[in-house]
Design a protein around this ligand. Structure first.
Ligand code: ATP
Ligand code: MG
Ligand code: MG
Ligand code: MG
Length: 492
């Protein structure tokens, strides 16, 4: 018997509510309330931060929360958690996803949390335990943190085989809310899609064959301003499981895009496209890049719908700018790679509402508004996209065939004057075997921003930031890179 995504979500909530007396709390909107450190809500625990920080109003309802369960709309497309670059390239990172979570605020701790999770996965959902791996915190000598042996023992007592319990360090198995505040070891559950003999080597290795599904965080310390760790008087549990990944497992698929959360969308996309249907190719096999385009459009239309429904519109700074970038990427992949007509992107919104509207009714009530906003923004972008395409063509003609380095000044102009996101420029160039010298681009950007600052207040902070980041991991600056001077519109 196959689990529909609706059943999977329902079962998670019911399990914690009915069997373990958790209170069901609705998802918060994806726009963070009163938390300037966040662009988007990126985890289930965001709305419970005041409880964990001890700053909750004692008269508020939240002050009484001890055991809570929910399914939270999350966006990871900017700030500390930014999975935008992975979307479409892999089959298990989305910009929008749903995080199923259960919490204990000063109530149960490690033993109960692990046993609830194990029971749910293996008994209720029926996942074979020989497809699961668990990780635990290995300790960290530099920070004076001990190994989380307690958790290893708990997994053993639940019947997990010793060779399926793997230690990892700070990066994967120690969670901190921020520079200061609650923190502690975590234990994660990973699913082996291949039933492989050496699958344990693929845990936390960014492989589609062994995918992390559930993170259980045990908050037991507080990081103080002087960096020392103080044991918390009250320990808490914060867990998060990606619904899309879980549904993939339960529907016996290898890709989130092959589940009922995405297949209706992929068909709707195909209806508007002039290319063959989605076939699930990835990486090198996806030479025409059409499958990646299908995934990007399907991912991005979910994010756009959810964000707009929650009042985040495409715009010029912060989360709005991120959303504008997502919209432009979606339009570009849909119209150029999949050859869809204008208006096709907005026409997908009812399908998103059909898939997710039961869980998030605002998608039903806001369908028309979401479509209008997408259409307006699409029209604007399509006209500049045409202009940009012409600029790239003309520049390439002038460059000659002995270089693959695209002039940074032109790239910057595309970005600054025509509003092209930097990652979109990269993609358009990559398709023609070209790249911008990132160091050069950063210099041009810095110079131009300085010059423009006085007359233009709306500096594109986020894109500047991503430029700096691209520069850090990007093409090293070479002194013999060609220097072009090009002014937009110089020939028409
Ligand atoms: P990964 O290592 O795969 O990037 P993560 O360690 O960053 O995941 P957590 O912050 O631990 O993820 O979030 C809890 C759970 O949320 C993960 O175990 C995973 O199931 C899910 N999840 C995280 N990021 C995404 C994403 N971009 N798309 C879909 N699901 C995600
Ligand atoms: Mg991640
Ligand atoms: Mg991880
Ligand atoms: Mg994790």
């Amino acid at each position: 018997t196959e689990f529909s995504s609706k059943k999977v979500r329902r079962k998670f909530i019911d399990f914690f509510q009915e069997q373990y007396q958790h209170r069901v709390v609705p998802s918060s909107p994806v726009r963070p309330r009163g938390d300037p450190s966040l662009l988007f809500v990126n985890a289930g625990m965001n709305q419970f931060k005041p409880i964990l920080l001890g700053s909750v109003d004692p008269r508020s309802e939240m002050a009484s929360y001890r055991r809570v369960v929910n399914s939270q709309k999350c966006v990871r497309a900017g700030g500390k958690h930014n999975d935008l670059e992975d979307v479409g390239r892999d089959v298990y990172h989305h910009t929008f996803f749903e995080m199923l979570g259960n919490w204990s605020f000063g109530d149960y701790f490690k033993e109960e949390a692990c046993s609830m999770a194990w029971r749910l996965l293996t008994e209720e959902y029926g996942i074979p335990s020989d497809r699961l791996y668990v990780s635990y915190f290995a300790g960290d000598a530099a920070s004076g943190l001990p190994e989380d042996e307690e958790t290893r023992q708990i997994w053993l007592s639940l019947g997990v085989q010793p060779d399926r319990i793997l230690p990892f360090g700070m990066k994967d198995n120690f969670w901190e809310m921020g520079e200061t505040g609650p923190c502690g070891p975590c234990t994660e559950i990973h699913y082996d899609h291949i039933g492989g003999r050496n699958a344990s080597l693929l845990v936390n290795a960014d492989s589609p064959d062994v995918v992390e599904i559930w993170n259980l965080v045990f908050m037991q310390y507080s990081r103080e301003a002087d960096q020392s760790l103080r044991p918390l008087p009250q320990c808490s549990v914060d867990t998060g499981m990606g619904l899309e990944r879980l549904v993939t497992v339960l529907q016996g698929r290898r890709s989130n895009y092959d589940t009922d959360l995405f297949t209706p969308l992929l068909s709707a996309i195909h209806q508007s496209s002039k290319v063959p249907a989605y076939s699930g190719r990835t990486g090198e096999a996806d030479m025409g890049k059409t499958d990646m385009a299908y995934r990007v459009v399907a991912d991005h239309i979910r994010t756009l719908s959810v964000c707009i429904a929650d009042g985040v519109y495409p715009g010029m700074s912060g989360a709005e700018l991120v959303l504008r970038r997502i919209l432009r990427r979606a339009v570009r992949f849909f119209t150029e790679v999949l050859q869809a007509p204008p208006g096709a992107l907005a026409s997908l919104v009812p399908t998103v509402a059909h898939i997710l509207g039961d869980a998030y009714p605002e998608l039903h009530t806001e369908t028309e508004r979401i479509m209008d906003i997408i259409n307006e923004n699409e029209a604007q972008f399509l006209s500049s996209l045409k202009q940009g395409q012409r600029v790239i063509d003309r520049t390439v003609n002038k460059m000659g065939s002995n270089t693959s380095v695209f002039p940074a000044s032109v790239a910057w102009s595309l970005h600054r004057n025509l509003g092209f996101p930097v990652d979109l420029i990269d993609l358009m160039l990559e398709e023609r075997g070209l790249a911008v010298d990132k160091a050069e681009m950063h210099l041009v950007a810095a110079e131009n921003e300085k010059a423009q600052k006085s007359e233009d207040e709306s500096v594109d902070h986020l894109d500047l930031h991503s430029l700096a980041e691209l520069q850090r991991r990007g093409v090293p600056h070479t002194d013999d890179s060609p220097k072009y001077h090009y002014h937009l519109g110089e020939d028409g």
